[in-house]
Design a protein around this ligand. Sequence first.
Ligand code: BG6
Length: 488
Amino acid sequence: MSKFPKDFYWGGATAANQCEGAYNEGGRGIIKNDYLTAGTHTSPRSYIYRDSDGNIKRASMFELLPDDAELIIDENEYYPNHIGIDFYHRYKEDIAMFAEMGFKMFRMSISWSRIFPNGDDEEPNQEGVEYYRSMFEEMRKHGIEPLVTLHHFDTPYALEVKYGGWENRELIKYFERYAEFVFNEYKDLVTYWLTFNEINNLVMMTSFVPNLPAKVAQGAYQSLHHQFVASAKAVKKAHAINPDNKVGCMICGLVSYPLTCDPKDILKNQHRMESVMYYSGDVMVRGEYPAYSNRIWDELGITVDITDEDKKELKEGKVDIYTFSYYSTSCVTTHEGADMGSGNFSMGAKNPYVKYSDWDWAMDPDGLRYILSELYTRYQVPIIVTENGLGQDDVVEADGSIHDDYRIEYLRSHANAMAEAIEDGVDLIGYTSWGCIDLISAGTGEMKKRYGYIYVDRDNEGNGTLDRIRKDSFYWYKKVIASNGEDL
Ligand code: BG6
């Protein structure tokens, strides 16, 4: 008998800026990611910009851009997000393939700048509005429940230029206006919503980068606070517009273990988990800052501006469901000489008990069972794993087949972990694996870091037909969904 509940939402996930392409079509406004070049596992993506003296310079995505930097699109560079996988034009055929696999849910994101190109426009861009309506109708036609992210790394760039981004409180009202608009517009088509993708990424570097200037940490935590308030206001609107709406947070699953049983490692890891992961979920699910917040702010030497009105909003705008991404885990230690590895999300010491992917991400299905249980005990609201998967290059055989047994093995082990977590008592209601169709990697800009059940013929340099091919994992996932997770 299947361990998964009868109406379990099996599906997949994407994000507009990594798959749509058509970055300057349909009245869409620019986002900062449109200026990001391609990178690799070892060389970071970068921005090209003009400084105030008119010099053209390059900065990696991990560097701080100078205040006077004017981002430019350099004709000689390759910008993978501009074409993406051309989902903008091909969504009907792609959704039909998701339906063929039996998807119950498809997580995608609305590009805010397709609806309000500058973020603060008075009137929406009708072409963008109709585009998403058509996409939701297409999903409904196939019996697929949309799970819609409102913000997936894509604040309209005009808001960043005009107001300086999320550090400025002004952005809250523009996000609220955008959220209210789409809740009203699509109220007959969508009931599952996520506000900000991996909201905790905003402050991730404050735990991983040593000696970060207090100014940077201050900006990051203040921006995060503004997003919490914007999210809470959106949740309230969503509930007022349609009481059936279910709104979730989306937290990056930065799960870590103490490397040793040294109590100092245990404490350090507890502090790490609170700082990078629990902090955001605690505010969004419980509606108030956790007791340990003051300690985090004190250690960073920062003061977050939180008004009484903000506190009220946070209380009134608690999310209904907890959702998170889970790819890998890392280890935390106070001991010198530990192997620190190089996975970009698993910054920490290497775990000798788990295997690593080609991109150095730890593959740790037990960690998924562990964190599901921790999260449910902490929050007691329904949970969806809204991202999970293995980024790995694939080989297309001469006959056009793709034998991605490594991906099947990864996904199977994580599905088993979810089944165990459900037996542990966790109210897990869905699973939308990441990049159900190959798309542009957010971290490296590569195409060959593939997560999909569906292969897209495009390479790291932008060559290829963009044709879609079913991988072996496509047929495996179809069988999994048909058996509701019994036949893994
Ligand atoms: C999550 C993001 O962090 O991880 C996605 O929400 C991203 O946008 C995914 O694509 C996988 O990361 P990457 O760097 O392999 O694309």
